[in-house]
Design a protein around this ligand. Structure first.
Ligand SMILES: Cc1ncc(COP(=O)(O)O)c(C=O)c1O
Length: 309
C-alpha cells in the first residue's frame, strides 16, 4: 500500500499488463500494455498537463493570480481541471458548443469555467478564441500550448520512458504509441533510444484525415506540432478507424480492458508486430500505450445529484 500526500503523486507508475487473448500464445513474443487510464484523470495526458503546470509555476510563467486557459475539450482539459483544483489554479477552457455533454460535465465538476466557441469553426475556432484572449490580457492568462511546450515530452522522457525501462529493462524490443501532440512518442522514444538504440519506436497515426481515432492526428493534413521530430521514431504506421475500433472492442470482451479507440489502434499495430515476429521465429517484447478508458466515449453520461434506491 502506497501512501501519498496529494493526488499529484498518483500520476505515473502505471502498470504494464500482458495481453493473453488478442494475440496468439507464445513464450517468445509478448505484448504489454501500459495502462495510462490508471492516472487520476484517467488518461496519459495527466503526465503532460501536470508537468507543464508545475514547470510554469516553478519559473513564474504561472502564478496563483493567473488563469490557465486552453482550447482542449479532451483528456488534456480533464487533466488541467483536476490539477488546477489540486494546485489552486483557476482554469478556463474554450470548446466548441457542440462538444458532447460528458466532456463539459467532467471539466465543470472540477470547477473549470467553459467558454463556448462557434461549433462551425471546430477546434480551430476554439484555439483562435483562446489565443485572442491571451493576446488581449497576457498578464491575466497562462497559455500552456501543449503542442510547443517542451515540458510535454519531458514528462514522458522522465516518466513513461524511465518507467518502461525500470519494468522491462533490456527485454523491450518495440514501443508503440499514437501521435496527437506527439509528446508521448517524442519523450518516451528519446529515453528508450538512450537506453538502447535497437528498440524500435513505432508511431501510430490515423490512415485518413477524417477519422474516428480521437486523440490522434493525421500528420499529412494537420498543423505539425513544433515539438514533433519525425527522426525520433523508427516507423510510422497508418491505422484505419475500423481496425482501432475493432481492437478496442476485442480488448474489452477478451482481456477485460475497456479502452479508447486510440488505444485500440496502438494495440492493433502491436499485435501485427507480434504476429510478424512469430512468423519469422524472432523473440519480441512489445510495449503499447493504452491512453485512456473507453467509458469516456459513452454518451450521454451525465453526472447528476440523485439518489439510487
Ligand atoms: C486518447 C488519446 N490518445 C492519444 C493521445 C496522443 O498523445 P500525445 O498528445 O502525447 O501525442 C491523446 C492526446 O490527447 C489522447 O487524448
Amino acid at each position: 500500500m502506497r501512501r501519498i500526500d496529494s493526488v499529484m503523486e498518483a500520476v505515473g507508475n502505471t502498470p504494464l499488463v500482458r495481453l493473453r487473448h488478442v494475440v496468439p500464445a507464445s513464450r517468445a513474443v509478448r505484448v504489454l500494455c501500459k495502462l495510462e487510464f490508471q492516472n487520476p484523470g484517467g488518461s496519459v495526458k495527466d503526465r503532460a498537463a501536470l508537468r507543464m503546470m508545475r514547470d510554469a509555476l516553478a519559473d513564474g510563467r504561472l502564478t496563483p493570480e493567473k488563469t490557465l486557459i486552453d482550447s482542449t475539450s479532451g483528456n488534456t482539459g480533464v487533466a488541467y481541471s483536476l490539477f488546477g483544483a489540486a494546485l489552486g489554479v483557476r482554469v478556463k477552457l474554450v470548446m466548441p458548443s457542440n462538444v458532447s455533454q460528458p466532456r463539459k460535465e467532467i471539466t465543470r465538476a472540477f470547477g473549470t469555467e467553459i467558454i463556448y466557441s462557434d461549433p462551425l469553426e471546430g477546434s480551430d475556432g476554439a484555439m483562435r478564441i483562446a489565443r485572442e484572449m491571451v493576446a488581449s490580457a497576457p498578464d491575466v492568462y497562462f497559455y500552456p500550448d501543449q503542442y510547443s511546450n517542451p515540458s510535454n515530452p519531458r514528462a514522458h522522457y522522465e516518466g513513461t520512458g524511465q518507467e518502461i525501462i525500470d519494468a522491462v529493462g533490456s527485454e523491450i524490443t518495440h514501443f508503440v504509441a499514437g501521435l496527437g501532440t506527439t509528446g508521448t512518442m517524442m519523450g518516451t522514444a528519446k529515453r528508450l533510444h538512450e537506453h538502447s538504440r535497437s528498440i524500435r519506436c513505432v508511431a501510430v497515426e490515423p490512415a485518413e484525415a477524417m477519422h474516428g481515432l480521437e486523440g490522434l492526428k493525421h500528420m499529412g493534413s494537420s498543423i505539425v506540432p513544433p515539438i514533433y521530430d519525425a527522426r525520433m521514431h523508427d516507423d510510422l504506421v497508418s491505422v484505419m478507424t475500423e481496425d482501432g475500433w475493432d481492437m478496442a472492442e476485442l480488448l474489452a470482451s477478451k482481456e477485460g480492458l475497456l479502452v479508447g479507440h486510440s488505444s485500440g489502434a496502438n494495440v492493433h499495430v502491436a499485435v501485427q508486430i507480434a504476429k510478424r515476429a512469430m512468423a519469422e521465429g524472432r523473440e519480441a517484447c512489445i510495449v503499447a500505450i493504452v491512453a485512456d478508458r473507453g467509458d469516456r466515449y459513452f454518451a450521454p453520461m451525465k453526472w447528476e445529484k440523485r439518489y439510487v434506491w
